[in-house]
Design a binder for this molecule. Sequence first.
Ligand SMILES: [Cu+2]
Length: 489
Amino acid sequence: MKNRRDFLRNTFGLGAGLAAVPRLFANPQESGAGMDMKHMGHATQRSSSGIVSVETPDVSQLPWRLDGNVKEFHLIAEPVKQEIFPGRIVDLWGYNGSAPGPTIQVNQGDRVRIIVDNHLPEATSMHWHGFEIPNEMDGAPGSSQDPIPPGGRFVYEFTLHQEGTYFYHSHMAMQEMMGMIGAFIMHPKEPYKPRADKDFAIIMQEYAILPNIKVPNSMNMEFNWLTFNGKAGPATTPLIVRHGDRVRVRLINLGMDHHPIHLHGHTFVVTGTEGGRQPQSTWGPGNTVLVGVAQSRDVEFIASNPGDWMLHCHLPHHMMNQMSSMVGRMSRRNGMPAGLDMERGMGMLRQGSATSNENGPSLGRGMGVGSTAEQAVSNSPLKEERQTQHEGMPGMQMAKPDVSKDANSVPGFPQDAFMEGPLMAMDQMVERPENFGLRPGWSGFMAGMMSFVRVLPPGKYDKIMELKAKQQGKKPMENMPGMEHPDHE
Ligand SMILES: [Cu+2]
């Protein structure tokens, strides 16, 4: 969609003032998903009953309108352009302008209607993952319904008796690998105990996108872009909590890999799965939770340890960006072969198409970069001027990699010397309120599925909230959660 404001106006008749704003919770004391509490006149995000709305950093909230006793949502399946990393705008498929699509939040017991329009060039179908609803609403193409044709619409409607961390996704397999998923949170009738002060959701996705191409290769089995809520570190937005808060993080995975998500500095308990809340007797302590494909896991912890703590997938290759084998002579002396030459190594086709005999094999399962054609080479010395290869790239901080004098004589060198560190820092390029006060140069060490839980003292926490409020006052509608709209002031 070109303009979210027009979408809201046209679809829901919004813009007429505060009275037209749909409410997430029946009780006006309760906070609403994605609503700006200042605009809504609420002092805090916690309701009297203990339910807080779920924040999905970097992903908007889907507004709804009330039709009788039915909460009506509108999802548009469509191609999207998404900046997953500074300067890296890729062609994904998602919902309402983003991948993952906007977050849906409802209450246990709600009757919901979801109008799904298909603006894709091919058929799609929407599956409600784990929902105990009538078969004809399940979104299984071919068995429970005809696929929704391009330009077509299907209206789903059901009553939700479950609670927990759920999600929606296209039930066309390749479309899933193009980004077509979104979070679907069902708040319980009886608030969970103990109550959480902060509640976040993170969707994990992975894409294989060759260095000079914008479209993911959905057939691929190796992934070089790993995202939390559609962003790769350091472009992920940290989770901001107060020292002492009880924090819930809902982790959702849809892709080709399982992700062991690790939190630094704290011990958590797993309180929920894709099947809802788990009995307290099952809550064992841990700091790493394996989130399998098609699963969700809720973890909860007391943010008792002040500091900026990493939250990340612990698969080493999932802590990297744009992974590919060392290509050409980027860091090697002339004449020392290391895999393919630059053009072929970076996937630039010189003849044929991606599916031609020459390229087909490597552009299928593998990345089609050096990894499938790499040759074993002995280690070779660095060329001095190449150490500053990123000089002149706007926004990149400059620094020499910290390597020892005899680095080139050490088998295996280099490993991380040019992949992370001062050379890759881009603090200014990813500047946002949630990053305020992080250690200078931090961004050089964040990539892929990496973010922070920032456990902050009151002063620093308030400062960031103040910066956020200021920023939201200026931001265009496109970047803002569903209900924050200038017309509502
Ligand atoms: Cu992972």
